[in-house]
Ligand binder design. Structure first.
Ligand code: ADP
Ligand code: 5GP
Length: 219
């Protein structure tokens, strides 16, 4: 490249930011705040077969599908990844995510540890779309303690006692995955955790490309 100044100025690497956390760690709270603070950020709206919580809107929080509709989408190959979480199905639409990345927007994906492992594998494959490969950043949000997690799950009050107990059991199992992520943020003080997220995004935007998609451990 003869003009390195132009090359640096025109550098564009839309980020595919994958966030995972045990249920109740505060991921939704952090993501809502992040989206509200920056309208250029895009949220990958997932499909799910779980029923909507009060206030959740179809097409905004999730695409709420029946089991049959979800199965049809799998058969059509529409999902970048999909998994069963807490006894329900969840999946990310490939076309939806690529549309944002092609428009140059950073995308936030709120997915579980299984889904993150699938995307991580794809990000390492030479056959994968370069936008997914080069933009991939994964972050694990951890609660400060098991007691805090239990209190937050109970405090949210969106699940029945049985569903909350299942989520807590799964949450403890999910904690074991934090080492597979490039970054781990402890959501103790909400403001600090939010600043940590913004710092990661900012640093990732400054990367030259060296070491991309090679930092994560093998699954
Ligand atoms: P997740 O999306 O990870 O399941 P939520 O964002 O729904 O979690 O948060 C679970 C509960 O914990 C909510 O009631 C939320 O207000 C609360 N919460 C989130 N972050 C914090 C924090 N840093 N300190 C205290 N409570 C928090
Ligand atoms: P919730 O029911 O609390 O909204 O989400 C439950 C879990 O499903 C969370 O861990 C969330 O990250 C995960 N999840 C949401 N959407 C997807 C998705 O598209 N794919 C996968 N694999 N997990 C998802």
């Amino acid at each position: 490249m003869s003009n390195e100044f132009e090359a640096i100025a025109s550098r564009r690497r839309p980020l595919l930011i994958v966030l995972s956390a045990p249920s109740g760690a505060g991921k939704t709270t952090l993501i809502r705040r992040w989206l509200a603070s920056d309208p250029t950020l895009a949220f990958s709206v997932s499909c799910t077969t779980r029923p909507p919580r009060p206030g959740e809107r179809h097409g905004q929080d999730y695409f709420f599908l029946s089991e049959a509709e979800f199965a049809e989408r799998i058969a059509r190959g529409d999902f970048l990844e999909h998994a069963e979480v807490h006894g329900r199905r969840y999946g990310t639409l490939r076309a939806h995510v690529l549309e944002f990345l092609r428009a140059g927007r950073d995308v936030i994906m709120d997915i579980d540890v299984q889904g993150a492992a699938t995307i991580r594998r794809q990000a390492r494959s030479p056959d994968t779309d370069p936008l997914l490969r080069e933009g991939f950043v994964d972050i694990f949000i951890a609660p400060p303690s098991e007691a805090a997690l239990e209190a937050r799950l109970a405090g949210r009050g969106t699940e029945s006692a049985a569903a909350a107990a299942l989520r807590l059991r799964n949450a403890i199992a999910e904690m074991a995955h934090w080492r597979r992520y490039q970054y781990c943020i402890v959501n103790d003080d909400l403001e600090t955790a939010f600043q940590d997220l913004c710092a990661i995004r900012r640093a990732e935007k400054l990367r030259t490309g060296i070491g991309l998609a090679t930092g994560a451990e093998e699954d």
